[in-house]
Write a protein that binds this ligand. Sequence first.
Ligand code: ADP
Ligand code: ZN
Ligand code: ZN
Length: 731
Amino acid sequence: MFAEVVVDIKSSNTDRVYTYRIPEGMNVKIGMRVSVPFNNRFIEGYVISITDKASYSVDKIKDIHRILDSYSIFDEKMIELAKWMKDYYKCYFSEALQTIMPVGIKQGEKKVKVVKINIDEIPSQLSKKAPKQYEILQYLKNRSPIRLSELVKVLNIDYGVIKSLQNKGYIEIYEEEVLRFSVKDIEKTKPLLLTEEQQRAVEEVKRSILTGTFDKYLLFGVTGSGKTEVYLQLIDEAIKIGKSAIVLVPEISLTPQTIERFVSRFGNRVAVIHSGLSPGERFDEWRKVKNGLVDVVVGVRNAVFAPFNNLGLIIIDEEHETTYKQSDLRPKYNAKEVAEKRCEIEKAVLVMASATPSLETYYKANKGEYKLIRLTKRINVSMPQIEVVNMSEELASGNTSIFSRKLFSYIKENLKRKEQTILFLNRRGYSSFVSCRDCGYVPKCPNCDISLTYHFEDKKLVCHYCGYEETMKDTCPKCGSKRIRYLGIGTERVENDIKKFFPNARVLRMDVDTTRKKGSHEKIFYDFRNGKADILIGTQMISKGFDIPNVTLVGVILADITLNLPDFRSSERTFQLLTQVAGRAGRGEKPGRVVIQTYEDDHYSIVTAKQQNYVKFYNEEIKYREIFRYPPFSHLMNIVVSGEKEEEVKNTAVSTYLTCQKLINKLQNKSYNKILGPAPAPISKINNRYRWQVILKSEDRDILTEIAEEIQKMKYSKDIRIAVDIDPLSI
Ligand code: ADP
Ligand code: ZN
Ligand code: ZN
């Protein structure tokens, strides 16, 4: 018998399938990790099929060296999924397989040392001769077997003593595998009585689940319309017929509250996958799924690969979120697309849900590619009242503070009424940059060429890309002037000003800077929910998944930050963010108020967000997309060339551009194609590496993938790196 093996080498030359012989008696199965000889060494490989026919001369075929795990990692459906990823995202087969594979598998199972006592009677002479040994045995008498680490800690002993007990045969030490159950026991909740709208949604999707039909739905429901209860009841239906479900949530909305909702319904039949888990913990969750210990996985992007063999349903919550796309590592996959493919392969049902669907998804729903289900009403409460304040008018009438008069008075009222307030600003730090009033000097990061952000607490200037920092100086390093000013505002500045104006308010801040420590995110959330603070200030981390009844006021400090990002999706992002944060207000019995501060109060993103009218926003935005041929009317591909020598990077970018042009001419078809650039990337230098980019636009995605393949096969000088992103979510 022979095995077709994908080897763990990342190069175009080796990106194919190799044949190895399965030695007599070796129990090799499809999807196993194996060690194989390759160019005089042993490397890791993945068995993707087994056959009795060799593809080339039998005497040249080498033997598999050994099996690396006792079980298969991939089943045939997952191998099919990897094949699709390889073609769709133009990565190597091994990269696709390794993306599916659980992180942490190479470390193996988490094992702990366990101590067991081997004798019934403790020799009494020990109490004098070796009192410590005696103490240990006494302790073990009723508690054995016990973890070695625990024993050592409790009795404060060193390993030498343990060793002598072991040598005498009094105790035995062995290794035991542990599965950490990260999910705590919390009180079970019962399914709620559904509203009419929810009921209709559940009935429709349920039919597809029961018949095992690959149907795709867009659940378009306003914030607070009870989408989560719909998910829970759909999952219940899947479980009833012996199927399992995956729920994808964006990282920032994987809040303790979200997890709680699933765990309180399904108990420890839920596995949770988030990026805060160590590789070992991730591997534990993976094995729970593999061994059939859970029916539901709730997790971020890569939970889409949870190894269920009876998948019935994938739900994608907040489908418009950009974190579903992996943009830093290869392959640059989008979990939404992978989910769709996986559902197709497994005949499962796909449900994408959002209050603000991405333009692409809503466009497809309009064309009938996704079945549209709408939830139009909030449960029991009304939508919040939204007001927009023009900040240039505030300034003109003498208010130089970062709070408009309206927002200021609302905050004051809320404090008096003991109701809670959320203040949102999509930028961290104190001010976005510092500049000299006299010569205009702006301190920039020497590695990344972006302006440094001032951090008030430690009086430091920090680069938000690479982490470079320097202390803030009192005088301008260029002209010596003492007149330094702070421009642009961040969350830290908001906190500072709130404390100045409302010294008695209890304030919490949630952003990247305050949530670095493990568990700090949860702590801030629970403190706020339990009423330990009056005001929560935060970046987009607080825009989702927060369902806190006592929050009756949301203030958007400056909507323009997102509006002015140099990205064709900036209007869409702004509308989405405003709608999502506004949705945090008035979720309880008391009505909610929202104040949006901006300099562009007539921009359609702001106007339609105020009216809470997604469809109107969509109709406006889709016009621009069509005129400028942006997605969904085209596909984009971003090629970034980077390297340490600026000249070399630029030249490579130019030759890449020319290659693209040649290829497009060669592939000549009637579709619309356009090449933009070459130009310095928006961040033209990161970590001392210069970056140039070429952007391609095409109606025909296949053209882009063919070009991607060619570009990646070409030879470049050693320092140059080429990163290709098809369908990027930000450029
Ligand atoms: P969404 O995810 O659409 O923003 P949620 O799922 O957070 O909405 O629901 C909003 C609130 O309504 C939650 O507190 C939830 O417990 C409650 N809820 C949902 N469905 C029902 C129902 N059928 N009956 C009563 N309360 C419900
Ligand atoms: Zn930097
Ligand atoms: Zn100066």
